[in-house]
Design a protein around this ligand. Structure first.
Ligand code: S3P
Length: 431
């Protein structure tokens, strides 16, 4: 059982009210990294409050990038162009795979060596997916056994490559496009299925020219980036916990304002709609290429869902919570093509199956997913987050419909993406 803080969750009657969420984690990482290599001050309102994005900011400081946070929770990054300073100490990426993989793309183009390390969970995660293509471009990268962190990157002049990505990964795609800025020629990456496109949109927002055709993105090297001012839309992967919680109860009526609505991230809304939740979207606007809007959801009896193929890639971070509510649906949930979940912050397929069983659910664990029958009643239990933020939050949602109280052990993991999650959840739960 994970040590750390324990959170008590009591059964709820419904989930109602209004919320605005901290800035999207994926966008915050990318804006911070690009702001660091742009010319001039980049001002970012509603920057993610999560520990992962703090890891990115910490690494940037070690690389000589000045930034400060003012009273308004606005981050100002004082970019001085593409050349960073050789770090005097290793770059600590904490729990953040995004920090390690995407920053590697920028470090590959620097004329110094740097070391990137992470916590126990990150030290288990696969890095061959960035090592291979970045080495093809000309960087030298050494790693621990099995291509795991820590990484030692010796950067230098890079050459453009065309890279058909063997795994669908937005982190790898962004890493290679960032490296492409430092390469001679035009770098192109092609993904097997469409993943989130924040890297492409952010590069354009910072003034880079980037071409997209089907599942391919191309970028020419040597482009100078311009600083931006932005307000980062609310994190839709954090919203997922509240949306799934609301969907479970007749009488729920929840509004989430200023929420990221990027189509490569909003697949959960389509799934919840198909399951029978009532959802409306208003006040859609576009900021730096990203769609933002207000979402209202009313809950009720929900049907099950079947998620596979490109849906799985689009929903990758929302699958733990979708699986956690699956027993309460009328027809159950089946998830396939989700092998990637086994190499996230924890093995999320195993962690979901174990914790659902602890609550008394029947679950079939598959190599690449889960089959969870519907129409099940769960009891309160002692949940183990396994140190994984999304597992801690997903089971807080499952606990709302359990018969008795639930204890979430290792609840502090939520700070990775959403400090204040449990307080925000309490704020919208009616009992
Ligand atoms: C992310 C992409 C996804 C996701 C992660 C954040 C990103 O990972 O699971 O939480 O910001 O690009 P992969 O790109 O490895 O699938």
């Amino acid at each position: 059982m994970a040590s750390g803080s324990v959170q008590l969750i009591r059964p709820a009657r419904n989930v109602s009210g209004s919320l605005r969420l901290p800035g999207d984690k994926s966008i915050s990482h990318r804006y911070a990294m690009l702001g660091a290599i742009a010319e001039g001050p980049t001002r970012l309102k509603n920057f993610s409050t999560g520990a992962d994005c703090a890891s990115t900011l910490g690494c940037l400081r070690t690389l000589g990038v000045a930034w400060d946070r003012n009273d308004d929770n606005e981050i100002v990054i004082r970019g001085e162009g593409p050349t960073l300073r050789a770090p005097a100490s290793p770059l600590d990426c904490g729990n953040s795979g995004s920090t390690m993989r995407m920053l590697s793309g920028i470090l590959a183009g620097q004329s110094f060596s740097s070391e990137l390390l992470g916590d126990t969970s990150l030290s288990r995660r696969p890095m061959a997916r960035i090592i291979e293509p970045l080495e093809q471009m000309g960087a030298k990268i050494s790693s621990a056994e099995g291509n795991r962190p820590p990484l030692r990157i010796t950067g230098g002049p890079l050459a453009a490559i065309h890279y058909p990505m063997p795994v669908a990964s937005a982190q790898v795609k962004s890493s290679l496009l960032f490296a492409g800025l430092f390469a001679r020629g035009e770098t192109s990456v092609e993904e097997p299925v469409r993943t989130r496109d924040h890297g492409e949109l952010a590069l354009r927002a910072f003034g880079a020219e980037l071409h997209r055709q089907g599942n391919q993105a191309r970028i020419a090297g040597g482009q100078q980036l311009r600083a931006i001012e932005a307000s980062i839309p609310g994190d839709i992967s954090s919203a997922a916990f509240f949306l799934c919680a609301a969907a479970l109860f007749p009488g729920s009526n929840l509004t989430i304002t200023d929420l990221l609505m990027n189509p490569t991230r909003a697949r959960l809304l389509d799934i919840l709609l198909a399951m029978g939740a009532r959802i409306s979207v208003a006040q859609l606007e576009e900021h730096h290429g990203e769609l933002v809007g207000t979402v209202e959801i009313e809950g009720g009896t929900v049907k099950g869902a079947s998620v596979a193929g490109s849906d799985t890639a689009a929903l990758i971070d929302e699958i733990p919570v979708l699986a956690a509510i699956a027993p309460y649906t009328s027809t159950g949930v089946e998830i396939r093509d989700a092998r990637e979940l086994r190499v996230k912050e924890s093995d999320r397929i195993a962690a979901v199956a174990r914790n659902l069983r602890t609550m008394g659910a029947r679950v079939e664990e598959l190599e690449d997913g889960l089959k969870i029958p519907g129409g099940q009643d769960l009891h309160g239990a002692e949940i183990d987050s396994e140190g994984d933020h999304r597992i801690a939050m997903a089971f807080a949602v499952a606990a709302l419909r359990a018969r008795e109280e639930t204890l979430i052990h290792g609840a502090e993991a939520a700070v990775i993406s959403y400090p204040g999650f449990f307080e925000a959840l309490e704020g919208v739960v009616a009992r």
